[in-house]
Ligand binder design. Structure first.
Ligand code: C5P
Length: 232
């Protein structure tokens, strides 16, 4: 901790893409580089917070001056987040968590079949960590600001932001940062645009720039949200 708008506060940030094991050498993963979450962790640190970074797979170096907790799979990330959230004033779920994982993890490397047939993977649903953290916060009546991310491609008839509003309500978090994604947009890129939606209503805020600039804007917004909601 240090000086700044988040001085004296504990912030949990999750970042990166989970890897759901199939066998000792294979996994199901996603395109998340972890850049945005790492940038948020660094911005929160610079704002004076004590930061825990729950890191799934990252393609960038984690920032100095934060407590790093490694988590490979969604289940490992869930445990790391539940533990750290118990003492956090702010939670930012920037990790790209796999919605599904293989139903079974083979103990030894899966072999090619003899008869040329292809295996069929059975998947099961992963827990929604963000929703679980919101539930835990509500049950414990903790004064904690919970921020989610949403990577939306948009869908026929709805804009990514309209979709985000529905997701904000469904997840029960306080802020939702909506990213428009596609193969060449956002993932692994240095610049981005985020639309921040608040459960308290009001106008949406658009943050544009490098992921570091956007992260600083999001941290400023978090500080203002905390100041606006009376303690109690
Ligand atoms: O539902 P969707 O995956 O779009 O929601 C994205 C948000 O929910 C992100 O903040 C992500 O970190 C979080 N999430 C989660 N657990 C999951 C899936 C998503 O915490 N299983």
């Amino acid at each position: 901790g240090g000086e700044g708008p988040l001085a004296g506060l504990r912030v949990l940030v999750s970042a990166g893409g989970t890897r759901e094991p199939l066998d000792p050498v294979r996994f199901l993963g996603n395109r998340s580089s972890g850049r945005q979450g790492v940038a948020v962790a660094a911005a929160a640190r610079d704002a004076g917070a004590e930061v825990v970074l729950a890191a799934a797979h990252l393609e960038v170096a984690p920032p100095a001056g934060v407590e790093l907790v490694h988590a490979g799979s969604a289940e490992q990330l869930r445990r790391a987040c539940v533990r750290a959230a118990a003492r956090a004033d702010v939670v930012v779920m920037a990790a790209a968590v796999a919605d599904y994982r293989p139903a079974r993890v083979a103990e030894t490397k899966m072999k090619k079949t003899e008869d040329g047939s292809a295996p069929v993977l059975e998947l099961v649903r992963n827990p929604d960590i963000l929703r679980e953290l919101v539930d835990l916060r509500n049950t414990a009546r903790r004064r904690q600001l919970v921020v989610g991310f949403a990577a939306e491609t948009g869908e026929a008839g709805t804009t990514p932001v309209e979709f985000g509003r529905q997701k904000l309500a469904r997840k029960g978090c306080d802020l939702l940062a909506v990213n428009q994604v596609g193969e060449d947009l956002v993932f692994g890129q240095d610049t981005t645009a985020l639309t921040v939606l608040s459960a308290r209503g009001g106008d949406e805020q658009v943050l544009e720039g490098t992921k570091d600039e956007v992260a600083r804007g999001l941290v400023d917004r978090i500080a203002r949200e905390l100041a606006a909601v009376p303690a109690g």
